[in-house]
Design a binder for this molecule. Structure first.
Ligand code: LLP
Length: 413
């Protein structure tokens, strides 16, 4: 039912009265995460790839949001957890994942991470470990690993919303494309492990304009998988984007799945993918309160109680996030510069953006914070991390409590 599952959800689609009452009840800054929307997003992308492929696996890239409530909802939908660090494996297990539902992808994995994941694998022989360097295979063997191995490939093709999130051509990630057949041959000859899959990830935040690069990338990975042969799966990573701006269009995910199939060609292995942003971005928003308004000769500065420590994406990637005044939506529009309480100029959510001029005490919502929002929050500037409120079945509950000043000093000896 397309009405029940709009393929795009804009910041304006959130219920203002409901968000205002959440801000009143739980105080701000507050992350809101809508678990029902996450489930819708999962079902939509899973259905699209199910229609195009035989038995594909749509995992969840845990790095986008490693909170328990989110993982529980996605595990309930049947999504395996794609974990990029031992800590993510730990959290996925704690959220109820069966180790067999976990795929570990280590990038330059530290010894302690390998010790931990091999320890988990010892009791769960179906767990797949994925590494992107020949010496990491060696390091797994030293730990007695002889299970299901996936090799990460550097496909030499990248895409995404910003240079900093394009991984497909960056040397840090994966075995260089042309070297992969020889590496697979050596691993098969010299180690007990089963090379069951190849993996790559082009980058994050792809929209329509990236789909040619996506098709080229998928085609290249298909060619490599056919050359290597005898694989259970090909994992093409994540990266599917969501429009953060009102004038951007959503991906037609059915068409994307179909194009992926055409680009891939015939393959005697199943397809895996591991979206993060696509599942979560539009399922979250961040509530904040206007603390101060200052007219300057250049602009009007609006100070809110969320900052770059709450949501770092604007500071880090210049990322656009919509801002909506929930209290005074019809106030006269002026160019506003919205920032937080942190002493650096990167702590700015927008510069001279036409928005309704708020009053002190107004509640604002910042859009598309479900992915890489709370997950990248920090305590810099001694800002306790905010509360996170989960919405599910028409009910709101605290998924993570707000940190206190005591939490800031808790680990100090
Ligand atoms: N798989 C691998 C191996 C990845 O490295 C990533 C993301 C994903 C899957 C999920 O990508 P997604 O479907 O979410 O695009 N902090 C940045 C995004 C970094 C993404 C890193 N890798 C941001 O806020 O834009």
């Amino acid at each position: 039912d397309s009405d029940a599952d709009p393929a795009v959800r804009r910041l304006d689609d959130w219920d203002a009265a409901e968000l205002r009452s959440l801000a009143d009840e739980y105080d701000t800054p507050a992350y809101v995460i809508d678990l029902d929307r996450i489930r819708q997003n999962y079902r939509r992308i899973a259905a699209a790839f199910d229609a195009a492929f035989d038995d594909p696996t749509v995992m969840f890239a845990v790095k986008a949001h490693s909170g328990r409530a989110v993982m529980e909802a996605l595990l309930d939908e049947g999504a395996p957890m794609e974990c990029a660090a031992a800590g993510e494996v730990f959290r996925a297990l704690r959220a109820g994942a069966d180790p067999d539902e976990i795929q570990y992808t280590g990038v330059n994995p530290p010894d302690d991470d390998l010790d931990y994941v091999v320890g988990v694998w010892e009791d769960a022989p179906e767990m797949t470990l994925n590494v992107g360097a020949e010496d990491s295979v060696e390091r797994l063997a030293e730990r007695g690993f002889d299970g299901r191995l996936c090799l990460r490939v550097n496909p030499g093709i990248a895409a995404g919303h910003h240079e900093k999130v394009k991984t497909g051509a960056h040397p840090k990630f994966g075995i260089p494309y042309d070297a992969v057949p020889d590496v697979v041959e050596r691993v098969r000859a010299e180690y007990e492990m089963d090379v069951v899959g190849l993996h790559a990830h082009a980058g994050s935040g792809m929209l329509d304009e990236d789909m040619d690069a996506h098709a080229e990338y998928v085609g290249k990975m298909g060619d490599l998988a056919r050359e290597v042969g005898d694989l259970d799966f090909l994992d093409i990573g994540g990266g599917f984007g969501v429009p953060y701006r009102d004038d951007e269009d959503p991906l037609d995910i059915d068409a994307v799945a179909e194009r992926t199939r055409e680009a891939l060609g015939e393959l005697d292995a199943t397809l895996k993918l591991e979206p993060g942003r696509y599942l979560l971005a539009d399922a979250g928003c961040l509530l904040a309160t206007v603390n101060t308004i200052k007219d300057t000769p250049e602009t009007t500065v609006v100070g809110i109680d969320a900052s770059m420590t709450t949501l770092i994406r604007p500071a880090m990637y210049g990322a656009y996030h919509g801002i909506r005044n929930l209290t005074n939506p019809d106030a006269p529009v002026e160019p506003l510069t919205v920032g937080g309480p942190v002493c650096e100029s990167s702590d700015t959510f927008c510069r001279d953006r036409p928005l309704p001029r708020p009053e002190r005490g107004d509640t604002v919502a910042i859009g598309h914070t479900g992915a890489y929002g709370y997950a990248m929050a920090s305590q810099f500037h001694s800002q306790p991390r905010p509360v996170e409120i989960a919405l599910e079945g028409g009910e709101a509950r605290v998924a993570r409590r707000r940190e206190t000043f005591d939490d800031l000093v808790r680990l100090e000896e």
